[in-house]
Design a protein around this ligand. Structure first.
Ligand code: GLN
Length: 603
């Protein structure tokens, strides 16, 4: 029976059949190919980086790709997760709060994603339970197999329909053997059978241990992990071995022997100097070719486009490695586990540093104990400062001290969301003379609530509340610094995640004090970007948005570009006189952040 017939016979729900595979409208079986990446041995192998790099290589070859991450946890999204435990909450243009891996995919593929590219167990079970209440299962007892697995398969096929992807990349969260993700593994096993031969490529990402006391690579843990995958009914096509050093032939032979994977499909994916070189590493190893052969896509490759894309990427890596001149950016936040909680900010600075030919070194500034009289000492080494997004009162006054110091001492400053709000508080207090100004998030009874809860949030607050989330347009005031950074665009789009905003009653007073609101929401008096004129301060900019979420290696984000350019002028003032990295030029080569691209549309 061909895939189409098989699928039409199993997609109907009835009490006479054990099959249940809901099929989204417009799905053409066999048209879309799937690459599934499983982790074995341990978590933290970089499945997302591996999978996004592989997807990029195929995208560069002219294929349309769409990634999806299947998370095991029961939360409906990542919105309530503690970033210090789970890494930053990444917000998509459609408002989906998701895992930081989606950021890796967006950056690597230069593609905007949506809620179609992210699933959690909470979402999958919700779908099943809602159907159960509606009586959609026609009296059947609702089971993990086929009902929950049916929803997973449906989710993957929905993405295939919406993205028109040639290849969907499925990253299964966690490690093979976890209770939480077992049904995802079962779902892709079923689906590979349903879709027929050559439609699925299973990749087992594993880890080769090299205990220092032995000085030798050991493959047992990897064998056992892959053994678990085999026991789940999945024969991997490819084994990619993460390791500290290149994986020896002996180890690869052992894995081949124990897992029925030919030697030429057991690859070493040892540590490398930066994630940007991984696409190149995959191609040198030949993983891309192996995947294309397994999926019978080899004749679809556009060699000319591939060579061009590879060249562009190589040039980026060269520039990245050549940018060694240091510039120091201070970020307020505690050093402990900050790397993942501020992943997108770190990446945005990396993109902009590479663009301007400098290496951005970060200095983490713990503000919990910081006061006005000690702030100068804490900031003595920095050429620029970022106050990133945040919540709550802890360290807030210390952040305000940093902002004041940056403003008064002309240190380039970029305030992001919370950093925007606190800068408005600082400005109101110390420039506009509203000494009791504050945000109602910090002091609900303050005399001058310059930052207050959004009116739209006030209405829903009692109902459990939610944040203003996702992509919104920003109207840019002509002839401002922001306008120059955005290349004269009258409107740009950014992503938001906040509950508070500038209280419109204070706008006039703040403007009279000299603060310029250069970006506003088109329909409401919501202030989205502020700046100080450049004859007053070299770079004092804040945004209610999260510009770090839309920065891409080849399209660095303009407000970050402006900050890094200003920091370079501070670090190397002699050169600034010669006119390099002027603010007006800072955004010149960055493409305008336009409205979202549809999922899977390529770059
Ligand atoms: N706590 C602030 C608010 O809710 C800022 C949020 C943020 O920085 N993402 O508006």
């Amino acid at each position: 029976m061909d895939a189409e017939k098989l699928l039409s016979s199993i997609s109907k729900s009835s009490d006479e059949t054990e099959f249940y595979t809901p099929m989204p409208a417009g799905y053409r079986p066999g048209k879309t190919k799937y690459v599934v990446v499983f982790g074995t041995v341990m978590s933290g192998l970089g499945k997302g980086i591996f999978s996004s790099s592989l997807a990029k290589v195929l995208q560069d070859k002219g294929l349309t790709v769409a990634p999806i991450k299947l998370e095991g946890y029961l939360n409906l999204d990542s919105g309530t997760l503690n970033p210090f435990r789970h890494g930053e909450v990444f917000v998509l243009d459609d408002g989906m709060e998701c895992d930081m891996d989606l950021g890796t995919y967006e950056r690597m593929l230069d593609q905007d994603l949506s809620r179609c590219n992210f699933a959690t167990s909470g979402q999958m079970y919700t779908r099943v339970l809602e159907k159960e209440r509606k009586g959609s299962y026609l009296g059947r007892d609702v089971q993990m197999i086929p009902h929950v697995t049916g929803e997973v398969k449906s989710k993957l096929r929905e993405l295939a329909v919406i993205s028109h992807a040639d290849v969907v990349f499925v990253e299964i969260g966690g490690t093979v053997g976890d209770v939480e993700n077992a049904y995802y593994i079962e779902a892709v096993r079923e689906m590979a059978f349903e879709e027929g031969p050559d439609s699925f490529c299973f990749v087992s990402l594993t880890y080769i241990i090299e205990p220092p006391s032995l000085g030798e690579q050991k493959s047992k843990a990897a064998q056992l992990g892959i053994g678990r995958l085999l026991a789940s009914g999945i024969q991997p096509h490819i084994i990619a071995c993460r390791a500290q050093a290149p994986v020896s032939r002996k180890v690869r032979e052992k894995l081949a022997l124990y897992s029925n994977v030919p030697m030429e499909c057991v690859f070493s994916m040892h540590d490398c100097p930066s994630i940007y070189v991984i696409p190149e590493m995959l191609q040198e190893a030949g993983i891309d070719k192996a995947v294309l052969e397994i999926l019978k896509l080899t004749d679809r490759v556009d060699e000319v486009a591939a060579a061009r894309a590879r060249q562009v990427w190589r040039r980026y890596i060269e520039r990245f490695h050549a940018a060694t001149r240091p510039v120091v950016i201070g970020i307020t936040g505690k050093y402990t586990s900050v790397r993942d909680s501020y992943a997108s900010i770190i990446k945005a600075l990396e993109h902009c540093g590479t663009h301007h030919g400098v290496r951005v070194d970060l200095e983490w500034i713990d503000t919990t104990e910081l006061t006005d009289d000690r702030v100068g000492e804490a900031l003595r080494n920095v050429h620029g400062i970022i106050v990133p997004g945040g919540f709550g009162a802890r360290g807030a006054e210390g952040k305000i001290s940093c902002i004041r110091y940056a403003r008064e001492n002309k240190i380039p400053y970029l305030g992001i969301c919370y950093g925007f709000q606190l800068a408005v508080v600082e400005f109101a207090r110390n420039v506009c003379g509203l000494t009791d100004a504050n945000s109602t998030e910090l002091d609900p009874d303050c005399k001058h609530p310059v930052i207050d809860i959004l009116p739209e949030q006030k209405q829903i607050e009692g109902l459990g509340g939610n944040m203003r989330l996702g992509g919104r347009d920003i109207q840019i005031k002509p002839h401002t610094l922001a306008w120059r950074l955005f290349n004269g665009a009258s409107e740009v789009r950014m992503r938001f995640r906040h509950r508070y905003e500038v209280d419109p009653r204070y706008i006039e007073q703040l403007e009279a004090g000299g603060l310029v609101f250069s970006g506003r929401a088109p329909d409401y008096p919501i202030m989205q970007i502020f700046e100080l004129p450049q004859d007053v301060h070299p770079y004092f900019v804040g945004t209610q948005a999260h510009p770090e979420l839309i920065s891409r290696p080849l399209r660095p984000e303009p407000l970050f570009l402006g900050l890094v350019a200003a920091a370079i002028r501070r670090a190397y003032p002699q050169e600034a006189e010669g006119g390099s990295a002027k603010p007006a030029e800072a955004g010149a080569t960055a493409a305008k952040p336009g409205p979202s691209q549809p999922v899977g549309s390529g770059t």
